[in-house]
Structure formats: structure tokens, C-alpha cells
Ligand binder design. Structure first.
Ligand SMILES: NC(=O)c1ccc[n+]([C@@H]2O[C@H](COP(=O)([O-])OP(=O)(O)OC[C@H]3O[C@@H](n4cnc5c(N)ncnc54)[C@H](O)[C@@H]3O)[C@@H](O)[C@H]2O)c1
Length: 252
């Protein structure tokens, strides 16, 4: 995939969680296309290695790291390994996320709650913590959290736990942004609308298309440009904001 924006990230060192496939993979390829070296962090090492080798084929540097980001110890190690391999951490995209099948809240189990929150919110928090600690000595860094339109609106098919986790990501982003801005670390988030990725539940696009003003779902390129912008110095005055890229869905 050849994703290039107008933003130059030459010499920057980036880490993307959940970059073995889907949006995370597109973000990693886009960052490499803009000149960054990238660490590909995923629970699935085969997929991480595939993304890394696609990047290496383009002439950029990439390293694949296996980590389950729901374990804070593994996230910390992933950051350490990124720094060992790339030398520093300037940009971190906290993208890894899971979505449970549609279910009425009366049927949600504690296991589903814990798994979803454990990756999407608790896991993301401890990734951000490890990333910020690594960035603080450099007095500069960019942390980009991947939320969702479900953190803003109520999805017409029942998705309470996923939606709460993403609403949490949006507000966590604001809290961390205020805490870490004095250290030169900009924390922002992105809320994609429905984006065509390999494991997207087939019943999701028709619900989105029922009222999407643009009449289409997103592809990963539609979202990757925002990651490039938030990774680049051009967005240095943006602090704690959520960029909604949804073709206008949440306006209605
Ligand atoms: N696709 C969409 O329509 C859409 C819309 C809004 C938000 N999002 C969000 O964007 C992100 C990526 O979505 P996607 O559709 O590309 O997902 P995906 O399921 O296609 O890919 C997720 C990747 O994360 C990895 N992963 C899962 N759990 C992990 C863990 N515990 N530790 C490390 N890696 C883990 C998976 O192996 C996979 O490679 C998610 O946070 C998702 O909630 C997606």
C-alpha cells in the first residue's frame, strides 16, 4: 500500500499497536511512507511480521514486536524493544482494539466487559503511560489514540460496552493531553466512522449506510491522513482533541 501525505516524518521513530492488519497496518504503512521508522506491535506475530516486511520492501525500517497490550508489562516491554531497535520513540499510535458482537446489555457478561475494557481502555491507558515515560526525557512526542464514532453517539445496534470504552478513550485523551502538554507531548485522538477492514462484522456497513451523508463507508486511506497530520509538527498546536472522520454520520 502506498499512502503518502504532504507531511514529512523523516527520522521520526513511531510505534503502532494492532498494526498486523486493518487500520493499524495502514497507519504503519502511511508513517513509513512519510519517512518514519516504525515498530509494528501486535498480539499476532505472523501478521506483525507481514506488515513489517511490506514496509521493509519500500526501503523504510520496520520491526515486528509481539505484545498483548491488555498486559501493562507487555506494553512496557514493547516500548522498550521499540527504543532498542529504533533508538527513540517520537510517535505512538494506540490503535489495538476489540469489538464484541452486537448484544443487548441485559446479556453482556463480566468476561465481555473485562475483555473489551481491558484492551480498548485499560490497555490503551498503560500503553500511553509507557510511551509518555519514554518521550518525557526528549521533551517531545505525539500520542494518537484511536477512538470511534461510537464514543460520540449511540450505535443503532446494541454496542454499549464497546461504545463506553471508546467514549473513555476520548475523555482519557483530554486528561492525558493536559497532564503531558507541559512535557511537550501532544495527545489527541481520532474517531473513525465505519471503515472497511478484514474482520468488520458484515452487519455493520448497512447500518452506517442507512444515514451516511456521503453514502459510503471509509477505507483505511480515508483515516490514515489524520494520523500523518497528528504525527507531524504541523499539528503541534493541537492538544487533547478528537478528530471525527465519519463522512458526516454523527452530524445527523
Ligand atoms: N474498522 C472500523 O470500522 C472502525 C471504526 C471505528 C474505530 N475503529 C477502531 O480502530 C482500531 C482498529 O480497527 P480495525 O477495524 O483495523 O481492527 P482489526 O480487528 O482489523 O485489527 C486489530 C488489530 O489489533 C490486534 N490486536 C487485538 N487485540 C490486541 C491486543 N490485546 N494486543 C495487541 N494487538 C491486538 C489484532 O491482532 C489486529 O491485528 C480499533 O481500535 C477499532 O475499535 C475501527
Amino acid at each position: 500500500m502506498d499512502i503518502k501525505g504532504g507531511f514529512c516524518l523523516k527520522g521520526r521513530k513511531a510505534m503502532v499497536t494492532g498494526s498486523g492488519q486493518g487500520l493499524g497496518k495502514a497507519f504503519a504503512l502511511a508513517l513509513a511512507g512519510a519517512g518514519a521508522d516504525v515498530s509494528i506491535v501486535d498480539i499476532n506475530m505472523d501478521k506483525a511480521q507481514l506488515t513489517a516486511s511490506e514496509i521493509v520492501l519500500t526501503g523504510a525500517k520496520a520491526v515486528a514486536i509481539k505484545a498483548d497490550i491488555s498486559d501493562p508489562g507487555e506494553s512496557r516491554k514493547a516500548v522498550e524493544e521499540t527504543i532498542r531497535s529504533l533508538g527513540r520513540l517520537d510517535i505512538a499510535v494506540n490503535n489495538a482494539g476489540v469489538s464484541p458482537p452486537i448484544s443487548d446489555s441485559v446479556d453482556i457478561t463480566a468476561e465481555t466487559w473485562d475483555k473489551t475494557m481491558g484492551v480498548n481502555l485499560r490497555g490503551l491507558f498503560f500503553c500511553a503511560q509507557a510511551e509518555a515515560k519514554a518521550m518525557m526525557p526528549n521533551k517531545y512526542g505525539k500520542i494518537i489514540n484511536i477512538a470511534s464514532i461510537c464514543g460520540h453517539i449511540v450505535w443503532p445496534k446494541f454496542q454499549a460496552v464497546y461504545s463506553i470504552s471508546k467514549a473513555g478513550v476520548i475523555h482519557l485523551t483530554r486528561c492525558l493531553a493536559v497532564e503531558w502538554a507541559p512535557h511537550g507531548i501532544r495527545v489527541n485522538s481520532i474517531s473513525p466512522g465505519v471503515t472497511m477492514t478484514p474482520d468488520l462484522f458484515p452487519d455493520v456497513p448497512p447500518v452506517f449506510l442507512r444515514k451516511a451523508p456521503l453514502g459510503k463507508t471509509a477505507n483505511v486511506r480515508d483515516i490514515a491522513g489524520a494520523v500523518l497530520y497528528l504525527s507531524s509538527p504541523e499539528s503541534d498546536f493541537m492538544v487533547g482533541q478528537d478528530m471525527v472522520l465519519d463522512g458526516g454520520y454523527t452530524l445527523l
